[in-house]
Design a protein around this ligand. Structure first.
Ligand SMILES: *Cc1c(COP(=O)(O)O)cnc(C)c1O
Length: 230
């Protein structure tokens, strides 16, 4: 099941790449395994997937301890400063930094562990009250401030688009994130690059790829519906 789903999603990504004249090597499919058991991650791993996304710090830590080191873990959830210790040195990329306060906590943990951290800035493009993320107009100022932290490296931007019935409705959101990334990139700020655009989920990843996503985060489309009662 997991293997077939992975193949289907990967094929859809390839087709979206063709439509938008992009190279499929430029798009990474992150399998979002939050709430799902180790056995399902092993199935995906056996099918060749090595990039997984988790949104809870302790859950990521526990799964990592039970699974091979070849896996690259993406931390995609809201991160509280008191959980930074579980994520720094474990996540290959932290997608959800939206304040200087959090970036400073990551810097401190990096100093303690003698490591560096790659992060993305989470932008609330749609302006939904329920979402975390910095406002588009405040993003450049935040990037400039975080760029002063020597062990924290901004690699790009991330957004969570609204839940919609028709994925086309999110096209303007993805387009705006891409534009923001191009704008910030043109400022040549030291200690940052804007190579990563993390956008698109099960409902809208194809549109996100057409609009330039380098990383899509797909959970339900690979592992099936999540059961939050457990
Ligand atoms: C859960 C989650 C996803 C995956 O959502 P699906 O709709 O199941 O694909 C992607 N990104 C973030 C930040 C998430 O929390």
């Amino acid at each position: 099941m997991v293997k077939e789903n992975l193949q289907k999603v990967q094929k859809n990504i390839e087709e979206a790449c063709k439509r938008s004249d992009r190279s499929v090597e430029d798009v990474t499919l992150i399998a979002v395994s939050k709430t799902k058991p180790i056995e399902m991650i092993e199935e995906a791993l056996a099918a060749g997937k090595t990039e997984f996304g988790e949104n809870k710090a302790q859950e990521m830590k526990e799964k990592q301890e039970h699974l091979p080191d070849v896996i690259k873990w993406h931390f995609i959830g809201h991160l509280q400063t008191n959980k930074v210790k579980y994520v720094v040195g474990r996540a290959a990329l932290i997608h959800s930094v939206d304040s200087f306060h959090l970036a400073e906590a990551i810097q401190k943990e990096c100093e303690k562990k003698q490591v560096e951290a790659d992060i993305l800035i989470e932008v609330n493009v749609a302006g939904e009250d329920s979402k975390f993320g910095v406002k588009p107009e405040d993003t450049e100022a935040l990037v400039r401030k975080i760029a002063t932290l020597p062990l924290v490296h901004i690699r790009g931007l991330m957004t969570i688009a609204p839940f919609v019935q028709n994925s086309e409705e999110n096209r303007p959101i993805f387009r705006e994130l891409r534009k923001l990334s191009v704008d910030i990139s043109s400022k040549n700020i030291d200690n940052i690059d804007m190579n990563v655009l993390s956008m698109g989920m099960t409902g809208d990843y194809e549109v996100a790829v057409e609009e330039g996503a380098t990383h899509v985060r797909v959970g339900t489309g690979i592992f099936g519906e999540r059961n939050y009662q457990i």
